[in-house]
Design a protein around this ligand. Structure first.
Ligand code: CA
Length: 226
């Protein structure tokens, strides 16, 4: 298994790389974010160990770049910053795990092994259907570049539709995935919210993205597939 380590502190870098090599991993070391991106773009790594505080491009920026280049290798963040905010930022940016410095090498190794056991993850945080784009970590929706403000429930409903593009979804399916038990049984709640969503998504556009299949349910599809 091939591991990329991006770490600028020579002591930690050596400790991590040597340990991983002794555990039979093929290891490359990059000592800043720019070099890290170069390596990640030129080889297929099974795991990337990424320090957050790096010169030039920091670890979180690098992580976003990796994900925007569709590099799906699991990423384990090393952080000296044991704050909730940094961990949340890292996980939202597409990290799979994190370890707070100082750490024991045995724990790093155990976490890397756990990441390697996982099936490939869906790391896409941005969903796209035609001209509609949803950034699930920033909680933003754009249609043809125009920002569309949605309530939490509308966002959840649209996310469910966008994760099942071009599929016919029944009212019951939608209700079960978007509402809890208190609301799922209110007969017209799905229709009401589809109405809200349509009004917001379609304002100023000449075609609707959400199609009604009378008596069956709804289907989200781009224009060419409508
Ligand atoms: Ca560092």
């Amino acid at each position: 298994m091939r591991v990329l380590v991006v770490e600028d502190e020579p002591g930690i870098a050596q400790f991590v790389c040597q340990g991983l090599r002794e555990a039979s991993y093929a290891v490359d070391l990059a000592s800043d974010g720019v070099e890290g991106l170069d390596y990640a773009l030129s080889a297929e790594y099974d795991v990337i160990v990424l320090d957050i505080l790096l010169p030039q491009v920091d670890g979180l920026q690098l992580l976003e770049k990796l994900r925007s280049h569709r590099i799906k290798a699991p990423v384990l963040l090393l952080t000296a910053l044991d704050t909730v905010e940094d961990r949340v930022k890292g996980l939202n940016a597409g990290a799979d795990d994190y370890l707070v410095k100082p750490f024991a090498f045995s724990e790093l190794l155990a976490r890397i092994r756990a990441l390697l056991r996982r099936p490939p993850l869906q790391v896409e945080t941005v969903l796209r259907i035609g001209e509609l784009e949803m950034d699930t970590s920033r909680r933003e929706v754009h249609r043809a570049g125009r920002l569309i403000e949605l309530s939490q429930r509308e966002f959840a409903l649209l996310e469910y539709l966008m994760r099942h593009p071009c599929q016919v979804l029944t009212r019951t399916q939608i209700a079960e995935h978007v509402w809890n038990f208190d609301f799922a049984n209110e007969s017209n709640v799905v229709d009401v919210y589809i109405g809200y969503l349509r009004r917001k998504l379609d304002r100023g556009f000449d075609h609707s993205l959400i199609h009604t299949l009378r008596g069956v349910g709804y289907r989200l599809a781009p224009k060419e597939d409508a």
